[in-house]
Design a protein around this ligand. Structure first.
Ligand code: SF4
Length: 343
C-alpha cells in the first residue's frame, strides 16, 4: 500500500497524525509550517522534529508534492501545467500573468460530470475528484508559486461537485497555520449548484463567480444541462440574500457566441435577471472547440453588449483573451487528450 500524503491535511488532521504516531501535539503546527509556509518536499527537511519522529513519520507518510509532468507556454506569457490527476486523466493548472498580477487557475476534478456542451473538460467525462492535497499541490508546485497573487477555481471540474476537498483546500490556503492568503485573492467559479453554493457562501469568504451564458432558461438548458436541476433564476434569487457590495465580489461569467447569445435582447434580459444583486458581468470571448456549432462573437457585438449592460446599471467588462494558442482558455482545458495519450 502507498504512503499517505501529508499535503492537504488541515491542522486538525495533522494533530490526529501526531496522536496516532505518538508525537507531541505541538508537532502538528511544526508540520503545517513545513508543509505550507516553508514548502518542504520531504519529511527529512522537517528538522525541528526529532530524528526519531521523522523516521516514524517516513514509515507511513510522504509529503505528497508532485512537480508538473509537462508545461506549455503561450506567446502572451500564459503557462499551462499538466499534473498527475485521477483515473488516468491528467489535470491542468494555468498561470496567467497580467501586469502586477499572477493568477493561477486550478482544477478541482479530473474531468467533469456536468456536460456543458461548449467545454472540452466536459467532453472527457468524469475521472475522479482531486483531494485537497492535489489542489494545494498545483499552487505550491508551479514554478511561479512564490509570485502568485490570485487563485481562481476555474480549471477542470465543478468545485461544488467536490465541495469537501475544495473547502479543505480553501481552509489551508487562508488559515494562519496554512498559506495565510486573504480570501479576497481567491475566487470559486460554479455553474450554480444551489446547496454547494450556499455552503461556499456560509463557510468561506471567497469571491464567487457563476457561469450564466444565457439569461433564458430554455437556451441555457441547451448549453448547460445543470439549468434543469438548478435554474439560474433560482441561483440569482439565493444570491440576492447576500452582501456582495462590501466584503466579497460576485461575478457572472458570460461566454459570447455569435448568433446564439450576443444580441441586445440577451443583454437586456441579463440586466433584468441581475437587478439588485451587485453582480458584475465578465464577457468572455469563446475559443472554438470541435463539434460545437457556436463560433466566437464579433468584438463589435461584444462591445455593444457590454455598453448596453452598463447603460442598464450592470457593470460589465470584456475579459482579455489569454492563452488561446496553448488551449489554456476557458472551456479548452482537457488534460492529456486521447490523441496525445496514444502517441
Ligand atoms: S464548463 Fe465547468 S462545469 Fe461545465 S463541463 Fe466544463 S468544467 Fe464542467
Amino acid at each position: 500500500m502507498g504512503k499517505e500524503k501529508l499535503l492537504g491535511k488541515t491542522l486538525e488532521e495533522l494533530q490526529a497524525v501526531c496522536e496516532a504516531e505518538g508525537l507531541k501535539p505541538f508537532a502538528a503546527k511544526q508540520m503545517a509550517q513545513w508543509l505550507y509556509e516553508k514548502r518542504a518536499t520531504e519529511i527529512g527537511e522537517m528538522t525541528n522534529l526529532s530524528k526519531a519522529a521523522r523516521e516514524r513519520l517516513e514509515e507511513r507518510y510522504t509529503v505528497g508534492r508532485e512537480a508538473p509532468v509537462a508545461e506549455t507556454r503561450s506567446s502572451d506569457g500564459t503557462a499551462k501545467y499538466l499534473f498527475p490527476g485521477a483515473g488516468g486523466l491528467e489535470i491542468e493548472a494555468v498561470m496567467i500573468p497580467d501586469r502586477e498580477r499572477a493568477t493561477l487557475c486550478v482544477s478541482s476534478q479530473a474531468g467533469c460530470k456536468m456536460n456543458c456542451r461548449f467545454c472540452m473538460t466536459g467532453r472527457q467525462g468524469f475521472h475522479g475528484n482531486l483531494d485537497a492535497g492535489a489542489i494545494i499541490n498545483q499552487v505550491l508546485s508551479v514554478p511561479e508559486s512564490q509570485e502568485l497573487t490570485n487563485i481562481v477555481f476555474m480549471g477542470m471540474g465543478e468545485p461544488t461537485d467536490n465541495l469537501p476537498e475544495v473547502l479543505k483546500a480553501i481552509e489551508i490556503l487562508t488559515a494562519p497555520w496554512g498559506l495565510a492568503w486573504s480570501p479576497k485573492r481567491i475566487t470559486v467559479s460554479t455553474i450554480g449548484n444551489i446547496p454547494g453554493l450556499m455552503r461556499l457562501l456560509e463557510e468561506t469568504k471567497v469571491h464567487i463567480a457563476v457561469s450564466v451564458h444565457s439569461p433564458f432558461a430554455d437556451e441555457r438548458a441547451g448549453l448547460m444541462p445543470v439549468e434543469r436541476s438548478w435554474p439560474v433564476g433560482k441561483v440569482v434569487e439565493l444570491l440576492r440574500g447576500y452582501d456582495f457590495a462590501h466584503q466579497r465580489r460576485l461575478s457572472m461569467e458570460y461566454i459570447m457566441w455569435r448568433g446564439i447569445n450576443d444580441d441586445l435582447r440577451h443583454a437586456e434580459a441579463l440586466a433584468r435577471l441581475l437587478r439588485g444583486t451587485d453582480a458584475r458581468v465578465n464577457l468572455i470571448r469563446f475559443h472554438r472547440i470541435p463539434d460545437f456549432e457556436g463560433g466566437p462573437a464579433e468584438q463589435k457585438r461584444m462591445e455593444a453588449f457590454r455598453d448596453r449592460l452598463n447603460e442598464l446599471g450592470i457593470t460589465a467588462t470584456i475579459r482579455a483573451s489569454r492563452g488561446e494558442d496553448i488551449a489554456a482558455a476557458c472551456g479548452m482545458l482537457a488534460g492529456k487528450d486521447k490523441q496525445q495519450q496514444e502517441q
